[in-house]
Each structure stands twice: as structure tokens, then as C-alpha cells.
Design a binder for this molecule. Sequence first.
Ligand code: GDP
Ligand code: FE
Ligand code: FE
Length: 195
Amino acid sequence: MIYSQQYTYDTREELLEKVQAAMSEKRFRHVLRVEKAAIDLAERYGESVEKASIAALTHDYAKERSDADFKKVIVEFGYDLDLLNWGNAIWHGLLGAKLVEKELKITDPDILRAIELHTTGAAEMSLLAKILYVADYIEAGRDFPGVEVAREIAEENLDDAVAFETQHTLEHLIAKRSPVYPKTLATYNRWVAKK
Ligand code: GDP
Ligand code: FE
Ligand code: FE
């Protein structure tokens, strides 16, 4: 795929090489499946296929970075120091977007925001952010109870798919007594409780 000029990389292959170098083969295959799901959703819901491709290929770019790396990013770029109390699950998207910007030179604000929000969602999400959030959940390699329903809903109504995913993620976190990041709760209030 040839990318248009505003996207830093001339071709998908050029970006793919950088992404592959940053992660295990297993995670790279997940990223490729998320890209496929994101492109399908982009075509269905009228988003740019290029933006969907770039956001999906880079969404887990930072997932294999050390905790020390993320702590450095929090301090160096002036993020809220409360973030130090969270972990990789929350850091890899929120802070990963900063590393994607700095290291991969991706500048599109909508793409960077979608990467930031891909794990937690948010009350306000762009079409691209919803697509990435849902694509990551329904990609063809996912195999958990309810994923088939999630895939069917995603073909019908993207907002309903955001709600379904958010409800099930929250149920999962609560069942494990895991801490819930405030943004995840805000996503629940907006998209599930429709407050
Ligand atoms: P992945 O990077 O492709 O594995 O997928 P995600 O980025 O969507 O999710 C990473 C992990 O974060 C998953 O195990 C989610 O259950 C978890 N997660 C999502 N929201 C929260 C939250 O509010 N708190 C915590 N502790 N974990 C969360
Ligand atoms: Fe992720
Ligand atoms: Fe992912």
C-alpha cells in the first residue's frame, strides 16, 4: 500500500519494518490482524483506510518496553505523576502514542489520539479511535467467550460494539479485582450507562 504524503511513510512496508523490529513475532501477527479488522471497519464506516492501517500497525508499538522506560516518559514529558502507580496495560497505549510520535515520527493527531485511547477508550472518541478500540478486541486471533457476538455487533453498529467491549472489559477487571483506570470508567459511563 502506498501512503499519501502527509503520513511520514511512503509505503506500508516501510512502516511495517519499524513495527516488526519493535516486537515479538507473536505480537507482530496480532498487529497485522488488528490492521485487517481496522481496515474492514474503516471501509464499512467511512474512515480513511490509510489512517486505519497506520493506527493499527502502531497501536502496540511500545507494549514490550520496560517499566523503567515508561516511568522515564512520564517524568520527561510531564505526564500526571499518578500514572506512576499504573502499569504496562495502561502505559503502552497512553504513553506508547508519545513514543510513536517521537520515534516513528507519526504526526497525525487523530492517529496518535486513537493509539492513546486504544486500551481504555474515552468519553469522547473519534471514528478512528472507535475503530481501533473495537478492531483490537475482535481481531481474528481473539478467542474468548463473547468475541463472536462482538464481531456481529461490530458489523451492525460501531457505537454498540464500543459499549459491548467496554462492559465486558469492565466485568473482567472487576471479576479479577483489578484496579480500574478512571478513563475506563468514563468510557463505561458514556457508552454503556449512556450518562
Ligand atoms: P492488547 O494490548 O492487544 O493486549 O490489548 P489492550 O491494549 O486492549 O489491553 C491490554 C490489557 O489492559 C487488557 O488485559 C485489558 O483487560 C487491560 N485493561 C483495560 N482497561 C483496564 C483498566 O482500566 N485497568 C486495568 N488494570 N487494566 C485494563
Ligand atoms: Fe494494546
Ligand atoms: Fe493490541
